[in-house]
Design a protein around this ligand. Structure first.
Ligand code: NAP
Length: 246
């Protein structure tokens, strides 16, 4: 139990990678605040956390709204007693080739993936600084490192998130707060299942380990960065991509 009695908040925790992280953390002894724009999904995940014998709360929050986020952190610390770990996982795509990309596509992705992570991080780090302890893990992406046709908005948001990670790591190291990013490659979730089959096959061909990743592959890395096994690691970007980008 490497997270025994820690309190973790996972955004976008209702499904996919975020849900896997929430349940993984609970199995390792953490209490979990499951935050999602989809309350029903968050509640289902929180019920599964409770079934594992840990405390959980489900909150409907749009991470791009800073007042909702500030209220979220207040409620989590009041109800669960602390906030030790933040996982900024909520993310969206609005893929289009650059010349067809509209302002709304750009703004939506930036406001959830980058501003949303900033909102949560800024609210959480106040609590963590006071406690002189914190673990922040931002879920970036391989495309924030290498770019990807059709994802100007998404790749820019994830590259921005890596810059935000490194700055946070520098600003809060003296307070006992570490901040790292995970950059998953292509992971088998709703997000990638929405891609045409041919595109999925073409992707797999480019991966040295010859398969898409799983949510567990990602949560393994996130768990390491959330645990004290990584206490001397901050400002790092951990690639979990089957060797697709080195
Ligand atoms: P997912 O299945 O779409 O789950 C994301 C969750 O976030 C959903 O429950 C979604 O709710 C929620 N969400 C969306 N907008 C939100 C908002 N404004 N506030 C709060 N919650 C919000 O995605 P995933 O594939 O698990 O990906 C999780 C993270 O990993 C994302 O940051 C993604 O960019 C990153 N990632 C994924 C892959 C991949 O291959 N899947 C690869 C690299 C990185 P709704 O469903 O209701 O919108």
């Amino acid at each position: 139990m490497v997270l025994k009695d820690k309190v973790a908040l996972i955004t976008g925790g209702g499904q996919g990678i975020g849900k896997d992280i929430a349940l993984r953390f609970a199995r390792e002894g953490a209490d979990v605040a499951v935050v999602d724009i989809n309350l029903e999904a968050a509640e289902e995940c929180a019920a599964e956390v409770k079934a594992l014998g840990r405390k959980a709360i489900a909150l409907k929050v749009d991470v791009s709204n800073s007042s909702e986020v500030d209220a979220m952190v207040k409620q989590v610390t009041e109800e669960l007693g602390a906030l030790d770990i933040l996982v900024n996982n909520a993310g969206i795509t609005r893929d289009k080739l650059l010349l067809r990309m509209e302002d709304a596509d750009w703004d939506a992705v930036m406001s959830v993936n980058l501003k949303g992570s900033f909102n949560c991080l800024r609210a959480a780090v106040k609590v963590m600084s006071k406690a002189r302890y914190g673990r922040i893990i931002n879920i970036a992406s391989i495309v924030g490192l290498m770019g990807n046709a059709g994802q100007a908005n998404y790749s820019a948001s994830k590259a921005g998130l890596i810059g935000l990670t490194k700055t946070t790591a520098r600003e809060f190291a003296s307070r006992g707060v570490t901040c790292n990013a995970v950059a998953p490659g292509f992971i088998d979730t709703a997000m990638t299942q929405a891609m045409p089959e041919k595109a999925q096959e073409a992707l797999t061909a480019q991966i040295p380990l010859k398969r898409l990743g799983t949510s567990k592959d990602v949560s393994d890395g996130v768990l390491f960065l959330a645990s004290d096994a990584s206490s001397y690691i901050t400002g790092h970007v951990l690639s979990i991509n089957g060797g697709m980008y080195m």
